[in-house]
Write a protein that binds this ligand. Structure first.
Ligand SMILES: Cc1cc2nc3c(=O)[nH]c(=O)nc-3n(C[C@H](O)[C@H](O)[C@H](O)COP(=O)(O)OP(=O)(O)OC[C@H]3O[C@@H](n4cnc5c(N)ncnc54)[C@H](O)[C@@H]3O)c2cc1C
Ligand code: SF4
Length: 561
């Protein structure tokens, strides 16, 4: 018999990451009573280890096999390591399945307040109408049911609060934002930027990143210690645990319920309304019910859609709010398996083992299939690159004695760039429930079907070729490029499996991320993305979430939901 939480709320928000944090802040600051259900544990500054040296760790951070015992998938991405592994899901306790011929590594599954923003890479880029209206340009898929002008004020609002360092570049397809001063380029990055612009007309810029260069709201500027993924005691990068969620809790209107693993949305079938949530307490394994006027899912794309699929009722037998039949379909996630690196002159830079570390690098804006150029013949859409430069000791110096010492100290400076490419939304990339497997809480798990198509394969090849072309134009020597097929498929930027659209027959959500079928049920994470442009998604997730919360409140006010 589920335990019933008698207090009723205006809104239940599920998940405390990038989207859930903003939903709680926006709604609680407006006076609504919010219950925040989070599967993970509370996060605290005491858990942050960005200044702890490896020699203080039991295994010196040199024994990934220890982490692999419980997190064989999560450990494949370096941010899950001896410092942080217990922030991540235990893959054995909370598995998922895939078809044998379509392996998929679902990484970055956090179980802490703040979700993925605890460990994210912080690159924060706006989308433009080249993205929102991409189907009109090339005929693939659907346009978003909104345009840049609808989201622009929310980008401004979110950027000012989050704190994004960046430079204005005046690109129509990668709009400028409300930036804090950029972190300056190194000499090598300046050379690379100037030559690539001069010779190829492409734009290399300092990464637009959620790291502060000026203080805001009691958060200090970054002091360049380096490993943001281990937390930050000065709160200098954006993590919803110590920003949006903290603000929401400070209002007194938001109640955080940790270790609450949401199973399903509870429905009132007679009124076709969501009435609350059923969750399992991860510590006691007790089932609990909690009630509210409105339910907002922000659990990350696959997790939110899993909840909807597990909430099937006789009326919605193939998943809640799925009268269109598209719930779970059109899974997209960036391809990033092409790129390159090369050596640059050191310009007097000296390698050091203890020097400050820039927590962000460079970004190269998309240059395929844009204005003022004919469509690129080999693929649709485009990709950008993330990159960084480094100056190292000459670890491979030959010889012995004095000659060796001298050669060892000769600085080796290189720039490496990795493409991040758009994956086209396709029906046959999808998730469904695998009823034969349950997690340790007894909840059916997801089966993920994901593979690359022709378009992605051609794009990956171009990521490698163009990296070589740009490094050469930039003046690099000893250039190495790569372009691997991205199998097994993996991702950190999944989107699109409860897509937004104007037509309820072809989409799950309207432009305010409200389900077409159930007026008081919203999904405000990236599952609503109609497509997944090459820019990193989180800034747009947050901007859309705030916009949808404002709509939700106006609908509540006029008793429309
Ligand atoms: C290593 C890494 C690097 C990244 N780098 C970038 C980057 O540079 N730029 C960028 O834009 N994006 C980046 N991302 C992606 C970014 O972190 C996500 O897009 C963003 O955090 C997603 O926000 P969200 O609210 O949808 O989910 P999350 O932030 O993941 O939060 C979801 C929360 O929901 C909780 N939850 C899940 N299921 C349930 C359930 N059933 N019941 C209750 N709670 C549940 C989880 O515990 C989690 O706390 C990166 C991600 C990773 C992992
Ligand atoms: S590099 Fe900057 S943002 Fe990252 S942990 Fe250090 S101080 Fe914080």
């Amino acid at each position: 018999m589920p335990q019933q939480k008698n207090r009723s709320y205006d809104v239940i928000v599920v998940g405390s990451g990038a989207s859930g944090g903003w939903a709680c802040k926006r709604l609680a600051e407006a006076g609504l009573k919010v219950a925040l259900l989070e599967a993970g544990r509370p996060q605290s500054d005491k858990n942050f280890t960005e200044h702890k040296p490896e020699f203080e760790l039991k295994y010196r951070n040199l024994a990934p096999e220890i982490v692999r015992k419980t997190r064989p998938i999560q450990v494949k991405f370096g941010v899950c390591n001896e410092y942080t592994f217990n922030w991540f899901v235990n893959d054995l306790e909370e598995p998922y399945t895939t078809p044998a011929d379509k392996p998929f590594d679902w990484m970055g599954r956090l179980r802490m307040t703040g979700g993925r923003t605890n460990v994210w890479g912080r690159v924060s880029l706006r989308f433009s109408d080249w993205d929102f209206k991409a189907a009109s340009f090339d005929g693939h898929g659907e346009n978003w049911p909104l345009g840049y002008k609808d989201v622009e004020p929310y980008y401004d609002l979110v950027e000012k609060y989050v704190g994004i360092t960046g430079s204005a570049e005046g690109l129509e397809h990668l709009p400028d934002g409300q930036f804090q001063p950029p972190v300056p380029f190194t000499c090598q990055e300046t050379l690379f930027r100037n030559r690539v612009k001069e010779r190829l007309g492409r734009t290399v810029m300092p990464a637009r990143s959620a790291n502060l260069t000026k203080p805001i709201n009691g958060r200090g500027p970054c002091h360049f210690c380096g490993p943001c993924e281990r937390g930050c005691m000065t709160h200098s990068y954006f993590n919803s645990a110590f920003t949006t969620v903290a603000d929401a809790l400070n209002t007194g209107n938001c109640t955080l319920i940790s270790n609450a693993m949401v199973y399903k949305v509870l429905m009132d079938p007679d009124r076709n309304r969501a009435r609350g949530i059923l969750y399992i307490d991860r510590n006691t394994r007790q089932a609990c019910e909690i009630y509210a006027r409105t339910v907002v899912l922000c659990a990350q794309s696959q997790e939110s859609v899993r909840i909807l699929l597990n909430s099937a009722t006789p009326q919605y037998s193939n998943g809640l709010a799925n009268s269109s039949g598209v719930l779970g379909h059109y899974l997209t996630a960036h391809v990033r398996s092409g790129g390159g690196s090369g050596e640059f002159p050191a310009f007097g830079a000296k390698p050091s083992l203890g020097a400050p570390v820039k927590p962000l690098g460079i970004y190269i804006a998309r240059f395929r299939n844009l204005q003022n150029a004919p469509p690129y013949k080999k693929f649709l859409r485009g990709f950008g690159y993330e990159g960084e430069s480094s100056t190292e000791f000459n670890w491979k110096a030959p010889g012995f004695g004095e000659a060796y010492k001298k050669a060892f100290l000769e600085a080796r400076t290189s720039i490496g760039i990795t493409g991040f490419g758009e994956v086209l939304p396709r029906w046959d990339n999808f998730v469904e429930l695998d009823h034969s497997v349950k997690d340790i809480y007894g909840i059916p798990v997801l089966k993920i079907h994901m593979s690359d198509g022709e378009n992605e394969r051609a794009m990956i090849q171009d990521m490698g070729d163009s990296a070589g072309e740009m490094l050469e134009a930039g003046g690099a020597k000893n250039i190495r490029t790569y372009a691997h097929p991205s199998a097994p498929r993996w991702a950190l930027h999944e989107a699109g499996i409860a897509r937004m659209g104007a037509d309820p027959k072809k989409s799950v959500l309207n432009q305010f991320q409200q389900t077409h079928d159930i007026k008081n049920l919203f999904v405000m994470d990236a599952s609503g993305f109609t497509s997944n442009p090459c820019q990193n998604p989180t800034l747009t997730i947050m901007a859309l979430c705030v916009r949808s919360c404002d709509y939700l409140m106006s609908e509540l006010k006029r008793n429309a939901i």
